[in-house]
Write a protein that binds this ligand. Structure first.
Ligand SMILES: Nc1nc(=O)c2ncn([C@@H]3O[C@@H]4COP(=O)(O)O[C@H]5[C@@H](O)[C@H](n6cnc7c(N)ncnc76)O[C@@H]5COP(=O)(O)O[C@@H]3[C@@H]4O)c2[nH]1
Lengths: 179, 179
């Protein structure tokens, strides 16, 4: 199915390549940035999975307590004919309910953006009902793959939520990330 | 199906973003590199589609007449939480049978690498027979999508071939590209 292929492609073409390299990138970031990410439990890629597929290119638009800080150093790999294809992660400051800052490596699961856009293209023959079903299947498949992956153990956190919460008022997402 | 989702994702999440920007990148490359890409018919992304899914990370290994030259300037887009996600294309020198150089923007269709790797993962439940069928479906679906895409018209060439040719001896791929 659609979700099956996207989950495997997301793992084989991205997470399996980048997650084993994450710890080194965080360590070198800490060296040049005063040991900002102190807590090793946060040394993970937080992957946002809104079941509504509502993906924002700018996280501050979702929750004003979340602010872009910096990118970690990029990884460059010669891949399928592209020389030095670039892979990078973004570091965010997340304020808690007392406005204290925490730091978090954060991004949406990009394949959900494909699912959203497919459901808007008439010729893709992919309805909104298909999309919800495939989004849940994407999550279950991805979770299974990652739970069985040696290379990725302990290096990610899947943050699944409805996606239609009014995050602006409630600061839903920052609270969810800091749980 | 798997191929349906990968073809749509490849279009919506990559080709639709990068192909409209290709001409500007070629023009600015020409300004700083003595008008190297002279022939406008070559101002296209040549997308390699070996039906065998045998994808090489280094094209010179496939055909010694094909040599990496340079990357065009990268495109950076804020996408799904990644600030300045980088998209780049590689420019290759391709020698013809008289050893004269031609220039070509070239890369494999990345989803074929996912199909290949899925067929090697036992838990993906995806056989080599599935893979060949899905690769053909990927090509047909992608061709349909691109033929109906205003944004991508005239900016790509799908280069489909078996993939098991002994390109090294016969220089199959360079000849195919220069046809
Ligand atoms: N040649 C090439 N150069 C690129 O820069 C590129 N970016 C995407 N793609 C291909 O387009 C399609 C859609 O991409 P999407 O981002 O939705 O999914 C991507 C995305 O969710 C994740 N991923 C891959 N590279 C990155 C990256 N650099 N940053 C974040 N996520 C990434 O893993 C999925 C599979 O990636 P690929 O298997 O490399 O092929 C993709 C895919 O077939 C590319 N293909």
């Amino acid at each position: 199915g659609v979700a099956h292929g996207l989950a495997w492609s997301y793992y084989l073409g991205y997470l399996k390549l980048v997650l084993p390299e994450l710890e080194d990138r965080i360590k070198s970031y800490n060296v040049s940035h005063g040991n900002l990410l102190k807590h090793k439990e946060t040394w993970r890629l937080h992957i946002l999975l809104p079941l509504s597929c509502s993906i924002f290119d700018n996280l501050a638009d979702v929750d004003s307590n979340i602010e872009f800080l910096d990118n970690l150093s990029e990884l460059q790999i010669n891949r399928a004919g592209i020389k030095g294809r670039s892979y990078k992660h973004s570091l965010y400051q997340v304020l808690d309910e007392d406005k204290r800052p925490h730091y978090c490596i954060l991004e949406y699961a990009t394949p959900l953006k494909s699912l959203l856009e497919m459901s808007k293209e008439a010729s893709a023959e992919f309805t909104k009902e298909d999309r919800l079903e495939q989004t849940k299947l994407f999550y279950r498949t991805l979770k299974d793959i990652l739970d069985n992956s040696q290379e990725c153990r302990g290096r990610f956190r899947l943050v699944i939520y409805d996606g239609r919460e009014d995050s602006g008022k409630s600061h839903f997402l920052s609270k969810e990330l800091l749980r």
